[in-house]
Design a protein around this ligand. Structure first.
Ligand code: FAD
Length: 439
C-alpha cells in the first residue's frame, strides 16, 4: 500500500502521523530540526511547545475545554500525552514542557509504521498523499513553494513569546500563591500592584524601546488574542487591568485586600522551578524587559531565564484554498493541518492534525472522508476556516460563537450556563456516534 507523507513534526504533524499509523498505513514524517532551526524552537524534540506550557482551559464550560474533550473522544494521542504529563494550573491543562515533548517523540520514534526523516522539505512533494503541517514558522523555501501552489499571497502576522523567570528569585513577602476565584489549586504566583505601582509600570511600558522590525514586518497584523503587552497598553491606561493584569478574583489571603492590578505567573515545568508571565508576550528590547519586570512588586530580583521575542506566523488563506476535509480544492491528495491551515493555538493545531491524519488515511483507502458538522468545536473550526465568505480571513481559535446555534432561544446568565451544557452534550454525543462508525 502507498505511504502518506507528513511535513512537520510539530503538534499537528505528530498527531497526524500517529493517527495514520493507527490505521495501518506507513508514514514518512519529515522534520527539519535539529539541522535547520525555526528561531522559536529550542530543543530537538518533536511537538515542542514554543511558548506557554498551557494548552488552555480544560473546563467543559469553555470551548477550548470542550475541544479537548472532543479530541479525547476521537482518540487523540497528543491530548492523552498532555493529560499524562499535566501539572497544576487551576482549570487549565498545563504540561511539563519537556516531559510532554519527550513522550510524543518517543511514541513517534518507537512506532514501526512511522519513518522519521530529519530533513527540510523545500517543495511540495508530488508523488504521494501529503499533509503539510509545517507550522507558523514554515521554512522560507517551502513557504515560497506553497505560495506558488495557492496562487495567492501568504498572509503574515506576528505573535510574541512571554518571558520565563526562576521561582526562587520571587520575593514572596510581596507575591502570593493563588488562582482566580480560588478555583483549582493555588498554583499561580500573583504579584499585586497598588494604583501608584500600576501607573509607574504602565508609563515605563509604553515608553520602553522596541526591537526594530524588518521592513516586510512593519505592516503586519497581530492576532487579537495574543497582542504584545506594549500594544495593548497603548490602547489606554486601564487596558491591561481589563486583560492580563485584571485583579478580579485574586484576593491576597494574607491581607484580604482587593488589588488594583495583578501580574500572574504560571508554572512552566514539573519541578515548579520556572514560571512564565501570563500575557507578557512582547517585542521590547531585552534590557527594557529586564527593567520593566524588576518594577513589578515581588519581581525586583527576578532571574529572567528567557526573554520575550516576536515571531513570524505563516498561514494560508484557507477559505479560498481548502475544503472542510482539510484537502486542497485543486489537489485532492494534499492536506493542510495545524497553524498553517488557519487555526490558532496548540489544541486547535492538534485537532486539525488529527482530522487531516484520519482523512488522508480514508482518502488513501478510497473511503468517504469526514466533514464534521459545526455542532462540534472541531467541526466548527473547519467549517469556519474553509467558509468561502470569509474574505478578510484571520486565524481563529476555539469559541462557542462559531458553533451552529441551538434550536432553543435562551437569554439570561443562568441560561448561558445551560446553553453551554447543551452545546457540550450535542458535540460529544455527535462525535461518539462518529467514533463508533469509523474507528
Ligand atoms: C513563537 C510562538 C509562540 C506561540 N505561542 C503559543 C502559545 O503560547 N499558545 C498557543 O496555544 N499557541 C501558541 N503559538 C501558536 C501555535 O499554537 C503553535 O505554533 C503550535 O506549535 C502550532 O502547531 P503546528 O503543528 O502547526 O506547528 P509547529 O508545532 O511549529 O510544528 C511545525 C514543525 O514543522 C517543522 N518545519 C517547518 N518547515 C519545515 C520544512 N520545510 N520541512 C520540514 N519540517 C519543517 C518545524 O521545525 C516544526 O517542528 C505560538 C506560535 C509561535 C510561533
Amino acid at each position: 500500500m502507498k505511504k502518506i507523507t507528513v511535513i512537520g513534526g510539530g503538534l499537528a504533524g505528530t498527531e497526524a502521523a500517529l493517527q495514520i499509523a493507527k490505521r495501518g498505513i506507513e508514514v514518512d514524517l519529515y522534520e527539519m530540526r535539529p539541522e535547520k532551526k525555526t528561531g522559536a524552537h529550542s530543543t530537538d524534540y518533536l511537538a515542542e511547545l514554543v511558548c506557554s506550557n498551557s494548552l488552555g482551559s480544560n473546563d467543559l464550560s469553555s470551548a477550548s475545554g470542550l475541544l479537548k474533550q472532543e479530541l479525547r473522544t476521537l482518540g487523540s494521542y497528543l491530548i492523552k500525552f498532555a493529560d499524562e504529563t499535566s501539572i497544576p494550573a487551576g482549570t487549565a491543562l498545563a504540561v511539563d514542557r519537556e516531559g510532554f515533548a519527550r513522550k510524543v517523540s518517543l511514541a513517534v520514534k518507537e512506532n514501526p509504521l512511522i519513518n522519521l526523516i530529519n530533513e527540510e522539505i523545500c517543495r511540495i512533494p508530488e508523488t504521494t498523499p501529503v499533509i503539510i503541517a509545517s507550522g507558523p514558522l514554515t521554512s522560507q523555501a517551502l513557504s515560497e513553494d506553497i505560495k506558488k501552489f495557492t496562487g495567492k499571497d501568504h498572509l503574515y502576522f506576528f505573535d510574541a513569546i512571554a518571558p520565563i523567570i526562576e521561582r526562587d528569585s520571587v520575593n514572596f513577602d510581596k507575591a502570593f500563591m493563588g488562582s482566580r476565584y480560588n478555583k483549582g489549586e493555588a498554583s499561580y504566583i500573583n504579584c499585586p500592584m497598588n494604583k501608584d505601582e500600576y501607573e509607574i509600570f504602565h508609563e515605563k511600558l509604553i515608553n520602553s524601546p522596541l526591537i526594530e522590525l524588518k521592513e516586510f514586518e512593519k505592516n503586519s497584523k497581530f492576532f487579537e488574542s495574543c497582542l504584545p503587552l506594549e500594544i495593548l497598553a497603548k490602547r489606554g491606561k486601564d487596558a491591561l487591568r481589563y486583560a492580563c493584569l485584571k485583579p478580579v478574583g485574586l484576593i491576597d489571603p494574607r491581607t484580604n485586600v482587593k488589588n488594583y492590578a495583578v501580574v500572574q505567573l504560571r508554572q512552566d515545568n514539573k519541578a515548579a522551578s520556572l514560571y512564565n508571565l501570563v500575557g507578557f508576550q512582547t517585542n521590547l528590547k531585552w534590557s527594557a524587559q529586564k527593567e520593566l519586570i524588576k518594577c513589578i512588586p515581588g519581581l525586583e530580583n527576578a532571574e529572567i531565564l528567557r526573554y520575550g521575542v516576536m515571531h513570524r506566523n505563516t498561514f494560508i488563506h484557507s477559505p479560498s484554498v481548502l475544503k472542510p476535509t482539510l484537502q486542497a480544492k485543486v489537489r485532492e491528495d494534499l492536506f493542510f493541518a495545524g497553524q498553517i491551515s488557519g487555526v490558532e493555538g496548540y489544541t486547535e493545531s492538534v485537532a486539525t492534525g488529527l482530522l487531516a491524519g484520519i482523512n488522508a488515511s480514508l482518502f488513501l483507502k478510497s473511503q468517504e472522508m469526514l466533514i464534521l458538522e459545526p455542532i462540534s468545536v472541531l467541526g466548527a473550526l473547519c467549517s469556519y476556516i474553509t467558509h468561502p465568505e470569509h474574505k478578510n480571513f484571520q486565524p481563529i481559535n476555539s469559541n462557542f460563537g462559531i458553533l451552529k446555534p441551538l434550536n432553543t432561544a435562551m437569554k439570561g446568565r443562568k441560561n448561558k450556563q445551560h446553553k453551554k451544557r447543551l452545546f457540550v452534550e450535542r458535540a460529544l454525543s455527535y462525535l461518539t456516534q462518529i467514533t463508533n462508525c469509523i474507528f
